[in-house]
Design a protein around this ligand. Structure first.
Ligand SMILES: NC(=O)c1ccc[n+]([C@@H]2O[C@H](COP(=O)([O-])OP(=O)(O)OC[C@H]3O[C@@H](n4cnc5c(N)ncnc54)[C@H](O)[C@@H]3O)[C@@H](O)[C@H]2O)c1
Length: 321
């Protein structure tokens, strides 16, 4: 079965980005939304993210031929950077504008949205009850051969498989925020996922400009967050424990590994609220004498001052200049 019609359930930050990537690559794309109010919230996101994608393509024209270009071009939008020219990028921009206008639809009627779908990507709030509710409502409307994926960052597909009505065609397809630049697609089945839909999703992910990263078994946090969360946690604890300052910790990492950024520069990109919420969920957070509790207070002070990261202009570093 080839994938031509894609439905994204949920029009939030990620759902909108996923839908736009599908439209960009010419897939017939529908975002299913639960209400007209949701349409009103999603439409501005479609406009915002499509403008950001076009703006990044515009910026990429100036990067053609520069040594830095290969590191910062929008990897999900330009398949072959080596042969890209200002003219070829102009052609991509023209095609993107046309596809965004013609290929992307918003639909509140679930039956209409799912009719003829080949692939459904659930990207709703990270709330198990909401996800179960929508899977249950979709169950009898999902076409017989369609594949169902979840973009959940923290929940395993085995948690939901029984509610989908198609456990053998259900798996995780996990994208990263700013999908058009950070083009990872972690593909993870649950024990009941069949091989064919898994392989189809791997092939499809590459068709929408992603680099498919295959997991051979279920893993909370997938590959990326299994590494990133403990790494950032270790850096944060060095800071909270007053072992070294933020700049020194970052410098150590950059010099010793050759990495372009250190953990606190990454935290500024992720956002301090996310770091704060992750720390709050730890069992040690209940012990007021733990280093985690101290870290939570230090993060909270910065958040209260509005220093939440790159998007706010200040986090661990100042981006206002
Ligand atoms: N934000 C990220 O950086 C990121 C990255 C990768 C994966 N994810 C995952 O993507 C999914 C969505 O995250 P997001 O950041 O886009 O969230 P979001 O809060 O921006 O959007 C959630 C969407 O779900 C909809 N929704 C909530 N409850 C619903 C219900 N009962 N019925 C129908 N629609 C409902 C909301 O209207 C909204 O459109 C989550 O599973 C999250 O773990 C997020």
């Amino acid at each position: 079965m080839s994938i031509t019609k894609v439905v994204v359930a949920g029009g939030g930050v990620l759902g909108t980005q996923i839908a736009l990537m599908n439209a960009y690559y010419g897939f017939d794309t529908t975002i299913w939304l639960r209400s007209e109010a949701s349409v009103g919230r999603t439409q501005p996101k479609v406009e915002r993210y499509s403008s950001l994608m076009i703006a990044d393509l515009e910026k990429a024209k100036a990067l053609v031929g520069s040594p830095m270009g290969a590191y910062v071009y929008p990897r999900g939008l330009i398949r072959d950077w080596k042969s890209a020219t200002a003219e070829s990028i102009d052609a991509l921009i023209a095609a993107a504008k046309k596809n965004f206008a013609e290929k992307l639809h918003l639909e509140t009627d679930m039956a209409k949205a799912l009719a003829g779908a080949d692939l459904i990507i659930e990207s709703m709030s990270e709330d198990p009850k909401a996800k179960i509710g929508v899977y249950t409502a979709m169950k009898d409307l999902i076409p017989a051969d369609a594949i169902l994926c979840t973009n959940s960052s923290t929940m395993l597909p085995s948690t939901f498989a029984e509610y989908t009505g198609c456990p053998e065609r259900y798996l995780s397809l996990h994208f990263a925020n700013t999908i058009w630049k950070n083009n990872t697609a972690e593909v993870m089945g649950h024990p009941g996922t069949a091989k064919e839909p898994y392989d189809q999703v791997v092939a499809y992910a590459a068709q929408i400009g992603m680099v498919p990263l295959q997991l051979h078994k279920e893993q909370p946090g997938y590959i990326l967050n299994s590494m990133l969360v403990p790494f950032l946690d270790a850096a944060e604890k060095l800071w909270a424990n007053e072992v070294a300052d933020v700049e020194t910790i970052d410098l150590t990492w950059r010099l010793a590994t050759g990495a372009p950024v250190g953990p606190f520069q990454i935290l500024d990109i992720v956002g301090l609220e996310t770091a704060y919420n992750i720390s709050l969920m730890k069992p040690e957070a209940k012990d007021p004498n733990s280093i985690t509790s101290k870290l939570i207070c230090m993060l909270k002070e910065k958040i209260d001052r509005g220093e939440t990261g790159v998007n706010a202009g200040k986090g661990f570093y100042d981006y206002s200049k």
